[in-house]
Design a protein around this ligand. Sequence first.
Ligand code: NAP
Length: 477
Amino acid sequence: MKLLNYIKGKFEEPGSAEWMDNLSPSTGKVIGSVPLSGESDVKLAIAAAREALPEWSGMDPSGRAEWLDRIADCLEEKFEEIAYLESLDTGKPISLARSVDATRSVSNFRFFSEMIRDMEDEIYEMEDATNIVKLRAVGVGALITPWNLPLYLLSWKVAPAIGMGNTVVCKPSELTPLTADLLMRVIDEVGLPSGVVNLVHGNGNSGSMLTGSPDVDLVSFTGGTSTGAKVAQSASPQFKKLSLELGGKNASIVFSDCDLEETVKGVTRAAFLNQGQVCLCGSRILVEDSIYERFMEMFVESVESMVIGDPMDDDTELGALISKQHLQKVQGYVSLALEEGGQIVTGGEPCLPKELEGGNWMSPTVITGLGTETRCSTEEVFGPFVTVHRFNSEHEAIEIANNTRYGLAGSIWTMDLEKGRRVAENIHSGMVWVNTWLHRDLRVPFGGVKDSGVGREGGKWSLGFFSEPLNVCVRHD
Ligand code: NAP
């Protein structure tokens, strides 16, 4: 499959005439080619977005909400194709691509369509004047997304961005371009006015051309913390609106009064969903000393029973890692864990399911015996790799959980809900779940603190980020 950019309502070859192979994570085989866009492509895409802006931002919000509904309907018709392409491109199990990626991609458009339709100006009366607060489009947006949840995250940005009247240029990860292409086909099929959504494929160079362009007014970036720092350096001097959703090293805190069976299920899912390649994954498991042995016995059994194999098989629970390079990075952390004094309780090996020898396979890995200050216990690994630690008190659990530069999410497992809330309120992160994980209500703020990012998206926070408020004060003596 040879992909094309989508600029001003047309699928276009890159002006750079450069391409790169798109590899299947599960087999290592070439499944297509992706444009490596250059400066001319990025400039054309930004110009198209700029040209479409006045008419699109001038449209009534309810009119834009109707377009979001049309996109959602068309995506829904392609539900199976989304799941198939996402599984092929990322190596994730098809069941996960259906239940999470395809489902959320449709619901992101539906959710924001409803929010935008219900939006009203705010009115503040004074004795002698009326204040009207109106949300207006910011302008041209650059939407840059990673490879772990490709369409899920792209739709999470496109829907509120265009719903609020902005026009956009999307830059998906070069490793997972297939569902971004599908979204452009959908946008083309429903006949969205040309230039409202544009897409340039390519690597970080195309991304940095977008963030540095003086014709881009806002940047919504999801990706790694070190890339986020480069994006901030490039966008901030021009005072662009900037949202950074970055990495995480989240703690799952298991108290002795938890429902152990449910907790083991929840903590296993939090650790290894999408092969541990979710920013919210609970990659540090903190267990109260008095139940440590019992927890470990049940946890290891649960981890070892996960079905690893062909992502297209309905029974598969763990698929392949995104790339050879990423597999090597995760394996590097296994070696580092041993150097840092840890023990491998299970996993740690490359595992090659039959007939998939060329893919990027690794068995789910559990490490114990590491100090909480070590690199393996504090750095984001973003793979099927977790460290387990003991604690003796609420205070100690909180201290360990906060002992990282990241602050994205966390989960707490206890039957004492009062304690759960108390501990949650002391964790330095954007989101904490009690007795659950990745339980998402799209109305609540999503994002992190410290090195996990700047700003929040989700619900009214997305509408706020993708708009500028205008206050009109009318005096009426
Ligand atoms: P990444 O390497 O930072 O890349 C993210 C995106 O930025 C890709 O599209 C990438 O392009 C592009 N890019 C690279 N260099 C750039 C630059 N200088 N300027 C502008 N764009 C640039 O991240 P990743 O490896 O794809 O994704 C994994 C990371 O994302 C993890 O750290 C994970 O925690 C984080 N993440 C965070 C969230 C969240 O909501 N907080 C959600 C999901 C993932 P190419 O890849 O095509 O080169």
